[in-house]
Design a protein around this ligand. Structure first.
Ligand SMILES: CCCCCCCCCCCCCCCCCCC/C=C/C(=O)SCCNC(=O)CCNC(=O)[C@H](O)C(C)(C)COP(=O)(O)OP(=O)(O)OC[C@H]1O[C@@H](n2cnc3c(N)ncnc32)[C@H](O)[C@@H]1OP(=O)(O)O
Ligand SMILES: Cc1cc2nc3c(=O)[nH]c(=O)nc-3n(C[C@H](O)[C@H](O)[C@H](O)COP(=O)(O)OP(=O)(O)OC[C@H]3O[C@@H](n4cnc5c(N)ncnc54)[C@H](O)[C@@H]3O)c2cc1C
Length: 620
């Protein structure tokens, strides 16, 4: 049989409503139709070809990216695409580009932190792309520690201007995408100084290049920081370096939504939390979580197709060899990744809802859910991107030697994806933010303040700290409430243990530093609980289509039990389950793989294959 026949054969065996599954993946019928239409648009347009990317020189790759960006913009206008359609177009073009930062950070920062007048002044120009902006926060010396930034914005009351200056080499802005070659403007973060007093880091809009000849303006030194990891990949982006030599900007170029400086040079803090200065990062972290399932499903799709076609060993009497998908080891490495793609998809949908909710609350001056939203976006960004980056590498190995070829699509996918573990907050630094939130929650238990939302389970910690898992047989692990309680108990116990251990330190900050590893692990347990619980909530919804819900239930069990198996040490050490129950979970996981394979050899497989058309991956 030819490779295509193997694929057709596997597709033929599917026993669930494929059209309905596509809709579940997309989120709604309308979202699916948009995705399908835009995918075809991109696939049929030769300007958007991507098969030669890894062979282009940096200069040619960059030119290719500019050509694609200009063409995309032309198509968006000609076809009057909506924002959702335009975002899909960006997704299918699939090449990091300066417009990501313009639309994804520069504009949201002005919307989120600018006052009405500033929005009216800057947004129309930005929407028409008459100006192009980037997000220049990170410096050579400080990225994670935003409060450590050194660039200064000193108010000069005589001229009603700020003087933007890079006082040291380490204060050079370093990394911003779109900065190196393209941006005319930057949203920069600098220390606000009025009358000799330092008010911490605030956002300022600074013009970098002339709108006539694109040359840097006086006092601005700007350039590209050079080649990055891998061929093709993130090298399509002009990540840049930027230095200021006493550059003057008008006072109203400080974003004044969170704090203001008056004409007299008086600093005024609005009645809103200062953390709103970090709001754009929260927005993008939420987007990154939604994107994780897309990158992961691309990789899983490639590895699955390969595993169906590839045959090694096991030929009897000259018959065909065994499809590698039939090896239990291949299944146990691949199926949890497929299940994770669906889990991340659903938690991403939920996070989008949470973000929309907090935005509406903020408009009504309700800041109560901000800490939880920060913890959820930070934690989910960390856990989903780390898992996805690891999964792409695992998919490469699942394709044997062929996975190492550029034409498999996996090396470039890995190279382009892996910085997601670092940008928008290093993943460990973000986990420690979650841990801080958890420790605060634990310290408030018993104060009468009832934990709500994703930490509501902490309110039942008395029960969760002493409950016993009732699993006696492997199939008991198929019950969602059994799984949920095990994950809740593990998360609660790990957090409470950390909190107790912290109390052994006279100095809390010192304790936090010493226990950082345990705290990060407690944060992972909490975030995995969120993902598991959102998958369960999804399954409680009405999901139409023959066999669709059943398949999602199988994927849920695979996701949860494979996590339980991977983190068995945590579950057993915190006393949530016994070693025997851990072994039963593993047994059930094995049964699940083989049950899927025995009942219908292609069910899981088919779900990946259908994603292929949607995701347009470069694949075998
Ligand atoms: C019509 C046409 C349309 C076209 C459409 C085209 C579509 C194209 C769209 C594309 C979109 C794509 C999206 C974009 C692509 C992404 C590309 C990525 C490029 C990368 C960019 C970057 O990397 S930007 C730089 C990011 N930098 C970081 O993330 C830095 C990480 N560090 C920090 O966030 C902070 O320093 C910190 C949180 C680690 C520490 O902060 P700080 O020192 O102030 O704090 P404390 O720890 O003491 O905390 C104090 C207090 O504040 C709370 N807190 C901290 N952060 C937040 C927050 N963000 N929100 C709310 N609260 C926060 C913290 O919990 C503490 O609370 P307490 O209660 O006091 O404990
Ligand atoms: C491809 C790419 C695109 C980017 N785009 C932009 C952009 O458009 N705009 C922008 O402003 N920035 C951008 N950045 C910068 C990015 O946001 C930072 O690199 C990121 O925030 C991490 O900061 P850092 O580089 O200072 O890492 P560091 O903080 O120096 O991290 C180094 C190591 O130290 C550890 N570490 C640091 N602090 C702690 C701590 N408190 N406790 C425990 N461990 C710690 C980290 O876990 C990590 O292992 C981009 C980066 C990349 C790679």
């Amino acid at each position: 049989m030819e490779a295509l026949d193997y694929h057709a054969e596997e597709r033929r065996k599917a026993e669930f409503d494929v059209e309905e599954m596509k809709i579940v993946w997309a989120g709604s019928r309308q979202a699916y139709e948009i995705s399908d239409r835009v995918a075809r648009l991109v696939a049929s347009d030769p300007v958007f070809r991507k098969d030669n990317r890894t062979m282009l020189s940096r200069k040619d790759l960059f030119k290719d990216t500019l050509r694609k960006a200009a063409h995309a913009w032309k198509r968006i206008i000609e076809l009057r695409l909506s924002e959702e359609e335009a975002s899909k177009l960006r997704f299918f073009v699939d090449q990091p580009v300066f417009t990501d930062l313009h639309w994804g950070m520069f504009i949201p920062a002005i919307k989120g932190q600018g006052n009405e007048e500033q929005q009216q002044k800057w947004l129309p120009m930005a929407y028409k792309m008459q100006i192009i902006g980037c997000y220049a926060q990170t410096e050579l010396g400080h990225g994670s520690n935003v409060q450590g930034l050194e660039t200064t914005a000193t108010f000069d009351p005589e001229t009603d201007e700020f003087v933007i200056h890079s006082p040291t080499l380490t204060s050079s802005k370093w990394w911003p995408g779109g900065l190196g070659k393209v941006s005319t403007h930057a949203l920069i973060y600098a220390r606000l100084i009025t009358d000799g007093q330092d008010h911490g880091v605030h956002g300022f809009i600074v013009q970098l290049r002339s709108l006539d000849d694109h040359l840097p303006l006086p006092g601005i030194t700007v350039g590209d920081i050079g080649m990055k990891f891998g061929s093709g990949a993130y090298n399509s982006m002009d990540n840049g370096v930027l230095r200021f030599d006493h550059v003057r900007i008008l006072r109203d170029q400080m974003l004044m939504g969170v704090s203001q400086v008056t004409r007299e040079g008086k600093f005024m803090q609005s009645d809103v939390p200062r953390q709103l200065v970090y709001g754009t990062m929260v927005y993008v972290r939420q987007k990154i979580v939604a994107d994780a399932s897309c990158a992961l499903s691309r990789a899983v799709c490639i590895a699955t197709r390969y595993s169906v076609v590839r045959r090694q060993f096991g030929s009897h009497n000259g018959g065909p060899e065994t499809q590698v998908i039939d090896y239990k080891t291949q299944q146990s490495r691949l199926f949890p990744l497929l299940a994770s793609a669906y889990a991340f998809r659903f938690v991403g949908e939920w996070l989008k809802w949470l973000y929309t909710d907090v935005t509406q609350r903020l408009q009504a001056s309700d800041f109560s859910t901000l800490p939880e939203v920060h913890a959820c976006t930070a934690g989910l960004k960390s856990v989903t991107t780390s898992a996805t980056a690891d999964a792409i590498e695992e998919c490469r190995k699942l394709c044997g030697g062929h996975g190492y070829l550029s034409s498999s699509g996996l090396p470039e996918l890995f190279a382009v994806y892996v910085p997601a573990c670092t940008y928008e907050g290093d993943n460990v630094v973000l986990l420690l933010q979650v841990a801080r939130f958890l420790m605060k929650t634990v310290s408030q238990l018993g104060s009468g303040k009832k934990p709500v939302g994703t930490i509501a389970y902490m309110g039942r910690s008395e029960h969760l700290l002493q409950c016993r898992c009732e699993v006696e047989r492997a199939e008991d692990w198929l019950k969602p409430n059994v799984i949920l309680e095990a994950f809740e108990a593990r998360a609660a116990r790990m957090s409470v243990t950390c909190a107790k251990n912290l109390n052994n330190f006279a100095n809390q900050e010192e304790g936090f530093a010493q226990l950082a590893t345990d705290l990060a692990e407690a944060a992972v347990a909490h975030v995995q609980l969120i993902i598991v619980s959102k998958f369960i909530e999804k399954l409680q919804q009405d999901i139409p289509g023959k066999g669709v819900k059943r398949q999602l239930e199988i994927l849920f069990n695979v996701y949860a039990l494979s996590l339980l198996h991977k983190h068995l040490g945590d579950f057993v050490a915190s006393g949530c389950i016994t070693p025997k129950q851990g072994a039963l979970a593993n047994e059930q996981l094995r049964l699940l793989y083989s049950q899927v394979h025995f009942d219908n050899p292609s069910l899981l497989l088919y779900m990946v294959l259908l994603l292929e058309r949607l995701l347009q991956s470069t694949s075998f």
